[in-house]
Design a protein around this ligand. Structure first.
Ligand code: ADE
Length: 239
């Protein structure tokens, strides 16, 4: 998988050098190429923005440097081209999983008051939002997309981490986790996790997931097929 990120603030992406993702990039599990849109400006001051037609506050990113940058990094439109914007459809785990199947993803970050609409018409496949709030630009949103999608790429998570037992993987939030010590400031690790058998632990975790999801995110619960968590009835034997 390869990500191309187009931005005027390349420094935001230095964080990709850290943690699990930094290691995975170093090990060649996936590629990230950051492109500075300013490099594609023909203006002598490398200007990439201008005042909006029709008036209004702030500046709008001009189309030409962006379109030329996109054409340079993805000349044959091989990448899924995404513009990060609060106007887009909202990212969720299901979308993350589907993006993880792409070979190439191009993430365009807009800043100021956004980009000229014609860039979207000419070059962009879809707009994606990371939530119903407004950021100063698309860079943090692009980082969220890279981080969440990369976790599904083979070899990025170690064998001890997994995407199968975490929040949203079954449409539920994750159960609570504990580690040593057994007692901390008067709070004990639930007994079942210390002395329970495998089946009891699994049941406890499932019950906790359901309880937490019902309390905090009833909207998620409504979308979950609760039947799959109920104990299966033993099949009737034919006489
Ligand atoms: N740019 C500004 N706000 C954003 C958001 N919520 N999601 C994606 N891109 C954005």
């Amino acid at each position: 998988m390869r990500f191309d990120i187009l931005t005027i603030f390349t420094g935001y992406f230095d964080v990709l050098g850290y943690s699990l993702l930094g290691k995975a990039i170093e090990d060649g599990k996936f590629d990230v190429k950051i492109t500075d849109i300013r490099e594609y400006s023909l203006d002598k001051h490398r200007k990439t923005d201008d005042a909006p037609y029709g008036g209004g506050a702030g500046m709008v990113m001009t189309p030409d440097p962006i379109v030329r940058a996109i054409e340079a990094v993805d000349p044959n439109h091989k990448a899924r081209r995404i513009y990060l914007s609060p106007r887009g459809s909202t990212l969720n785990q299901c979308k993350v999983e589907s993006l993880a199947k792409e070979d190439r993803i191009l993430l365009l970050c807009g800043d100021y008051e956004g980009i000229d609409e014609r860039v979207l018409e000419l070059c962009i496949d879809e707009e994606l939002s990371i939530g119903d709030y407004v950021l100063t630009g698309g860079e943090l949103a692009a980082l969220v997309v890279v981080n969440s999608v990369a976790r599904y790429i083979d070899g990025v998570l170690g064998s001890s981490e997994s995407t199968s037992q975490e929040s949203f993987s079954e449409g539920l939030l994750e159960y609570p986790q504990y580690t040593r010590p057994e007692e901390y400031r008067g709070l004990r690790v639930p007994e079942v996790l210390i002395n329970g058998n495998h089946k009891d632990i699994e049941n406890w975790r499932q019950a906790k997931s359901i309880e937490i999801t019902m309390r905090r995110r009833p909207d998620l619960m409504a979308k979950t097929d609760i039947g799959k968590f109920l104990p299966k009835k033993p099949k009737k034997r034919r006489k």
